[in-house]
Design a binder for this molecule. Sequence first.
Ligand SMILES: Cc1cc2nc3c(=O)[nH]c(=O)nc-3n(C[C@H](O)[C@H](O)[C@H](O)COP(=O)(O)OP(=O)(O)OC[C@H]3O[C@@H](n4cnc5c(N)ncnc54)[C@H](O)[C@@H]3O)c2cc1C
Length: 475
Amino acid sequence: MLLNAVSARLDEKSFAAVHLAGSRYGLPVADVDPTEVPGYRPLDNDRALRALYLPQEGFLDARRWLATLDAALDALPQVTRSTEGRLSATARGYSLHRTEGVYAAPAVVVAVGAWTTSVLHSLDPDVSVLPVLSVEGTAFTAGAPASLPAVLRTPNRAYACGLHTVPQADGSWYVGASAAPALVPGSAPTAGGLRFLLDSALGQLHRGLATAPVQQLRHGNRPIGLDGHPLLGPTVRPGLWVATGTHRDGLHASPLIAQELAGALLHDQPARWLTPWRPDRAPISDWNIEDAAGEAADHHHALTAESRMRPPLTGSWPQALEYAYGRRMREVYAAMPEGYVLPPDLAPARLRAPRRNRRHGTRLPGPPAGTRRRNQGNRSHGRPLRERDLVTVRQAWLVLAGQALDPRRSTPVTLTASTELEGHGQRTGVGAGRLADLCRRHGIRRSMGRVGSSYDCQSFRTGSRKDRVAPAEAV
Ligand SMILES: Cc1cc2nc3c(=O)[nH]c(=O)nc-3n(C[C@H](O)[C@H](O)[C@H](O)COP(=O)(O)OP(=O)(O)OC[C@H]3O[C@@H](n4cnc5c(N)ncnc54)[C@H](O)[C@@H]3O)c2cc1C
């Protein structure tokens, strides 16, 4: 693990945390001279002055591993593998319709990653499950500029898993990875994201990558629960299970997840590992707003440093910028609905609202089909949330709020999203009707808001706004 200065002080904290964790869990962590790290040849400007060697840290070639899993599944006689089909709920359970026939079962595990929310919604629009977002990631594989006996990596940084290279079974180097939160999965890397990754890898890992043949570009959607945690286990809907949301840890957590799910599903064994991650749980809040905004600002600062942004050195620009990131993140958090704090990983989300014509408030046509690109914010190109981004965060929040307000839950949650609904109802398609519907379905009897900006329970019926009444408090 390399500690270089192409980042911010966040790296030092993470580096120290790795040291501490090693000694706490009795795992060897050795300080080594970066000039002696095999396969490491950065640009002088980007070189590390400290490095750690973790001899027990494992790594694998994910392509090899997936091919092995494929072979194992193909060899199992009771397994039928299907590329596509239509899942529907029946009186007795679930059916998967395929061209060659229909498969019926009393239970189904929906494990479709970042596509989970849309698949569940089409199966049952009323199903109450925490929304799953995507954190898009780009990586590439290139011919090896040198032989590499182990992984080279920086600490986690700038909202992402850090810059790293993993030696592959055929000797090539896997280099990753960007991280771009999005409400819906994307399909391709962006040029900007790729440029950043290449620039970082060529400078910070091995300058010989400049002439290495690129073998493959990779793009994936890391699924993440809106509270930053996985969704694993049964839902309240009988027989409907979900397994996803593992964000950056799905590969290495998968053996345990598979074992626990199989035990619970097939042998009715209580799975203590799964319990905290019930898909229909109330969102887990790990953060208070101040800490989350502070952490997000630190990552943001690290991101600008890694992008080589240099402040003017007149006056107090460096401090002013750091202050500005903090302030911006506090604004972002302050603009979010109350009751739950979004994890800082998702704070910079470049979550794009439908394109609108500002003047007329009408929807603009998107780019031609096939040319659509996700608006990716990655380690290099994350930008602060804009107002229109928040609209989509709020959309996700509303889904979440609807679930959190499920009357079967005992935790009281206050929905204060009505201001946003009034302000952006037309633009987002989440209007008073939707709020009313949400409230009805989830037993909400109370709304709050400012004069002229909110709907109360009476207006659910009449569609009128609280234009002329005192601030709504209790309904
Ligand atoms: C660049 C990158 C690097 C990563 N590095 C690591 C790492 O080092 N270690 C680690 O542990 N994890 C890593 N991860 C994370 C890991 O890949 C995820 O946590 C894991 O893949 C999530 O598993 P999943 O089954 O929930 O979703 P996925 O792996 O995304 O699988 C979902 C599958 O469902 C399919 N699907 C979607 N819709 C439908 C539908 N309607 N019908 C049928 N199928 C459908 C999709 O095509 C996909 O194949 C990385 C991810 C990325 C993107």
